[in-house]
Design a protein around this ligand. Structure first.
Ligand code: PGA
Length: 256
């Protein structure tokens, strides 16, 4: 997948109901330009995905699931599978820290989800990142390596270009704390060198790696300017259509 394209993903988390989501998409589609160098993705709640899939112009904005279950069908009350999301979403978040730490998802779950997404023609956005205590203990690289190996174990080098990695330090998510650009660069370089180790330089070089964690319209350009950052995963700021549109605009400029 081309790394000359910036990928801007808005993760709405458990916010916006069907009507609000539809209204938001309506407003956003008025301002988002169709541009070869930026791909815009929104991840609304599961409930709104089908409605939005009928409304959205996929050349302009794509859809992501925030979560799904890795089995394709069966007796799993309350779950929705990647095979049911096939054709509705183009991307899916996997291993977001809120899934890992609030819902106790393991690397094994993450791995099965990455597989399920790929098998159903959905691009997984595998989220990795260290907690504050891991960072303080100087374990960031080890954590990233474990999460990468854990999530990608069954992914072949041919499948790797379907996968997006999002580096999201857990302590920066939803906290307003900004990671220092140099730390982001070091972490992403560590991610890419691990990918090289696992898949070889050519396959690893093609993987899009995003940054996420309290990114705002004000800080977006700083992260987008980093040579190793191929896009952003935005939570809070993506709920404000003006802020999100302004971040998309910054991505156009940064990739020109
Ligand atoms: P935030 O969330 O931008 O609100 O920190 C990012 C995320 O959880 O993906």
């Amino acid at each position: 997948m081309a790394r000359d394209k910036a990928l801007i993903v808005g993760n709405w988390k458990m916010n916006l109901g069907v009507h609000e989501a539809s209204l938001y998409l309506h407003k956003l589609s008025k301002v988002v330009k169709i541009h070869r160098n930026v791909e815009v993705v929104i991840a609304p709640t599961m409930l709104t995905l089908q409605t939005l899939s009928l409304q959205v112009n996929l050349r302009q904005i794509k859809l992501a699931a925030q979560n799904f279950y890795w089995r394709d069908h069966g007796a799993y009350t309350g779950e929705v599978s990647a095979s049911q999301l096939r054709g509705i979403v183009q991307f899916a978040l996997v291993g977001h820290s809120e899934r890992r730490y609030v819902f106790n998802e393991s690397d094994k779950d993450t791995r099965a989800k990455v597989q399920a997404a790929i098998r159903n023609d959905i691009r997984p956005i595998l989220c990795v990142g260290e907690t504050l205590s891991e960072r303080t203990a100087n374990e960031t690289k080890d954590v990233l390596f474990d999460q990468l190996i854990g999530g990608l174990a069954n992914v072949t080098s041919e499948e790797l270009d379907r996968v997006v990695i999002a580096y999201e330090p857990v302590w920066a998510i939803g906290t307003g704390k900004n990671a220092v650009p140099e730390d982001v660069m070091n972490a992403i370089q560590a991610i890419r060198s691990q990918l090289k180790h696992l898949y070889g330089a050519k396959a690893a070089d093609g993987v899009q790696v995003l940054y996420g964690g309290s990114v705002t319209a004000d800080s977006a350009a700083t992260y987008l300017a980093l040579p190793d950052v191929d896009g952003l995963l935005i939570g809070g700021a993506s709920l404000d259509d003006h802020a999100f549109a302004s971040i998309i605009e910054k991505a156009y400029v940064s990739k020109k």
